[in-house]
Design a protein around this ligand. Sequence first.
Ligand SMILES: CC1=C(CCC(=O)O)c2cc3nc(cc4[nH]c(cc5[nH]c(cc1n2)c(C)c5CCC(=O)O)c(CCC(=O)O)c4C)C(CCC(=O)O)=C3C
Ligand SMILES: [Fe+2]
Length: 380
Amino acid sequence: MPDLSEQPSSAPYDALLLLSFGGPEGPEDVVPFLENVTRGRGIPRERLKEVGRHYFLFGGVSPINAQNRELLQALRKDFAEHGLDLPVYWGNRNWAPYLTDTLREMVTDGRRRILVLATSAYASYSGCRQYRENLADALATLETEGLPLPRVDKLRHYYNHPGFVRPMVEATLAALGELPEGLRAAAHLAFTTHSIPTAAADTSGPPADHGEGGAYVAEHLEVARLVADAVRERTGADHPWRLVYQSRSGAPHIPWLEPDICDHLEELHGEGAPAAVMVPIGFVSDHMEVKYDLDTEAAAKAAELGLPVSRASTVGADPRFAAAVRDLVLERAATERFAEGGAAAAPERCALGSLGPSHDLCPVGCCPARSPRPAAAGAD
Ligand SMILES: CC1=C(CCC(=O)O)c2cc3nc(cc4[nH]c(cc5[nH]c(cc1n2)c(C)c5CCC(=O)O)c(CCC(=O)O)c4C)C(CCC(=O)O)=C3C
Ligand SMILES: [Fe+2]
């Protein structure tokens, strides 16, 4: 007889929603996609033309949707193999399947208590609050349609979860292995993430974390350190490392996080570094920011300099990441049951390093928008 108390329970949740950015799937999608991304965001036309060109170089197809389909399959497989009976849906901010359509489908299917996994591991306006605003907008649309409103909660940031960090350690080791053998031991590690305006970085995370760089920079530095330490333990070599940025947009007079990966490669070359590994810790899959900004642009810069580089892969649909999501779902479900008086104890919360597990509920003032808008799944 199976012990039913051993069955993993996601109660009170009745569905998981994978919430992502979305990307174009053909040349005719590129301009409407970019219009969706930049609606009301004041991105210079020149930058948009430039970014459109990146997509056209790849046939107008972003890899991100295929990667999310893979992640969806990996999650369903992991849940099924571990007896977790929780349907998984997928919706995007900027392209089909659109979040509003998915949420409508979920409600029509009878889902009333929804947990959200965003494909962004860190605190920031773009990676956290903007998704919460998108959820609020979608809920408002369902309300105007007279549909019942589900309760929506968002999983905590998972940047320091071992299921996110450990695949990146393996990926960094693999990328070191792609460098010429004689250059490996002294190769630099360039941990890279999306640049954001310094004003957005400074106010990222809960108000208590605000200050220079905010939670955004602190969380990335933590992951960089965790990966660098684990790599040193495995190779015995003390690779110099730095956190750098990529994919800057916005007006030139507005300060964004620096240095840019290309400037950093130039600096490394100038200092006589023998080789470098680019480790895109800021991204969950090898989407366009990785394929173009690193594999195309930064790789060309390195070739021009004569600096050997390789690039570590992101976690993507790694089974360890899928297992981490299951762990986070079960943890949050148990936390809710505890809060509602249905469980004897709060669950353990898995996190590497010293920052500790991130908050479940974004407090008031977490990653504020420039102009305040309704946001779901938080305290405000
Ligand atoms: C922090 C962050 C992440 C990581 C967290 C997360 O994953 O959420 C991220 C991810 C992504 N960004 C993406 C694409 C774009 N981001 C843009 C613009 C911007 N991103 C920003 C930040 C971030 N972006 C910011 C501050 C802007 C400026 C304007 C604004 O405040 O909105 C623009 C407009 C043109 C341009 O400015 O480059 C595009 C096309 C794609 C899809 C890639 C694909 O298609 O494979 C993905 C996963
Ligand atoms: Fe936040």
